[in-house]
Design a protein around this ligand. Structure first.
Ligand code: IMP
Length: 456
């Protein structure tokens, strides 16, 4: 790894998040920042995230671990608000160790654990929603956070308890009864309940009662995971607060998903179950908002969305296919194709507000290299009125996009080393985004590698 040269841009406390629907390339910017920071805190989401990092050590994909975990000079923290799949987390740690990396991680003992039953429940609930499904990643995020809110479930700290096995069995019994009810409901939907005989009902009940998972195997996997995780599980707040007080320590907040998926301010119900914006960071850390220097909103040079829910600029044509293919828009967690379209400024202006963004950075500018022209959605028409932002998250369903067309640059930018060396039309595109977003664009990236980041 190259010697650390601290860039003053990252001084103090900064946050990297997304003003869109996630998958903006936050991981690469977190990795870029990692040379200049002392602590990085992952503060929301869980295994639904997929952050990719490419640097001199190779390529890494993280779901639970912070994107700085390859860098032993940074304390990587998983806050108590993150949903931890312990088996996945242990696998990620072991993978790093197998590559010779000394993992410097702190995982909060308050973080709730996503278990196989949460994933099964996620799938059953989606099936129950039928056409109204959300398109979740199936990682059990909603069901685990629902349990956290109802003050039950297992947390990473419980793994260390001598009573863990008893807690596990109590939890399993509760979860099996919930799952059975939902499975039964799902099966019943295909029948007219009035006309079912007692035997038929009994047989459906037995079908719903079948085991979806093997408790013995889960317990064995958890014990294995515990061996790997135990040295990292701690109460993280005192360490976070001591870094907050030390003016020489640079802290980063790493968000997962995007602000348009915010549980409370996003387009419900097509949202995730956490708060990807600055509010989520504060909720996780109680760090003073006034101490946060900058919230950086990462956006792709175009728009993508994965899962269900409205997306006004989606292109189901050659352009959509081009962006999908050239941008390799396949979900890191689910392998699903992402929906692609033109850059959607009104949605992003709303998302930037929810995120609390002070500045914007643009990823994947090079994906647009071959296009002769580009469209930017500058406004929405909603119920006959024009808006330059989304007036409220539920209006997205009715938004008709209005576009501005700009010339493309049709030149390979992937080897560009400075912002000034980008083609003029590419710089014009960036300047246009800056103006329309009314936020400074601080950096752009033209490739996956850390070095393909160009500061302005
Ligand atoms: P969940 O977070 O798995 O419950 O999924 C809820 C919605 O958020 C679905 O539309 C998912 O596709 C979307 N989502 C969740 N995590 C991500 C992510 O990391 N990137 C993009 N979309 C996500």
């Amino acid at each position: 790894m190259a010697k650390r040269e601290r860039d003053s841009y990252w001084n103090g406390i900064n946050i990297i998040g997304g003003p869109g629907w996630g998958d903006e390339g936050k991981g690469r910017y977190v990795d870029f920042a990692s040379q200049s920071i002392d602590m990085n805190i992952r503060y929301n989401g869980g295994g639904n995230a997929g952050h990719t990092v490419v640097n001199d050590l190779g390529e890494f994909k993280f779901h639970i671990l912070p994107s700085t975990s390859v860098n032993p000079e940074v304390v990587s923290v998983i806050a108590g608000t993150v949903i931890v799949d312990p088996i996945q987390a242990a696998t990620e740690i072991r993978n790093l160790q197998a590559r010779g990396i000394d993992v410097k991680l702190l995982m909060d003992s308050n973080a709730h654990m996503a278990m196989p039953w949460h994933k099964a429940l996620d799938g059953l609930k989606e099936a129950l929603r039928g056409n109204g499904k959300i398109g979740t990643t199936g990682q059990g995020i909603g069901p685990t956070i629902a349990q956290r809110a109802s003050r039950s479930g297992l947390r990473t700290g419980d793994l260390l308890s001598p009573n863990f096995e008893t807690m596990f069995h109590q939890e399993l019994a509760e979860q099996q009864s919930t799952r059975r009810q939902i499975a039964f409901e799902l099966l019943l939907r295909d029948f007219n309940i009035e006309s079912l005989t007692a035997e038929q009902l009994q047989s459906l009940f037995q079908e719903a009662n079948q085991q979806y998972y093997d408790p013995k195997q889960i317990l064995k996997d958890l014990y294995e995971a515990r061996e790997t995780l135990a040295p990292y599980i701690a109460n993280v707040l005192p360490t976070i607060w001591s870094y907050e007080q030390d003016k020489d320590k640079n802290i980063l907040g790493e968000s997962a998903q995007g602000a348009l998926l915010d549980l409370d301010l996003g387009g419900y119900p097509y949202v995730t179950s956490s708060n990807p914006g600055v509010a989520g960071f504060i909720k996780a850390t109680a760090i003073d908002r006034r101490r946060i220097n900058r919230v950086i909103g990462v956006t792709k040079a175009y728009t993508t969305r994965v899962g269900e829910g409205p997306m006004p600029t989606e292109q189901n044509d050659d352009i959509g296919h081009y962006l999908q293919e050239v941008g390799q828009e396949i979900g890191t967690t689910t392998g699903r194709s992402r929906r692609c379209g033109w850059l959607d400024i009104p949605a992003m202006r709303y998302g930037a507000k929810v995120l609390g963004a002070d500045a914007i950075v643009i990823s994947k500018l090079d994906v647009l290299d071959q296009l002769p022209y580009l469209k930017i959605c500058t406004a929405y028409e909603i119920d006959g009125q024009m808006y330059n932002t989304l007036p409220n998250p539920n209006a997205l369903q009715r938004a008709i996009p209005h576009y501005e067309i700009v010339e493309g640059w049709q030149r390979d930018t992937s080897q560009t080393e400075t912002y000034e060396a980008l083609p003029q039309n590419a710089r014009h595109y960036v300047a246009r985004v800056e103006k329309l977003m009314d936020k400074r664009v601080d950096m752009v990236s033209v490739g996956q590698h850390r070095n393909a980041t160009l500061s302005r």
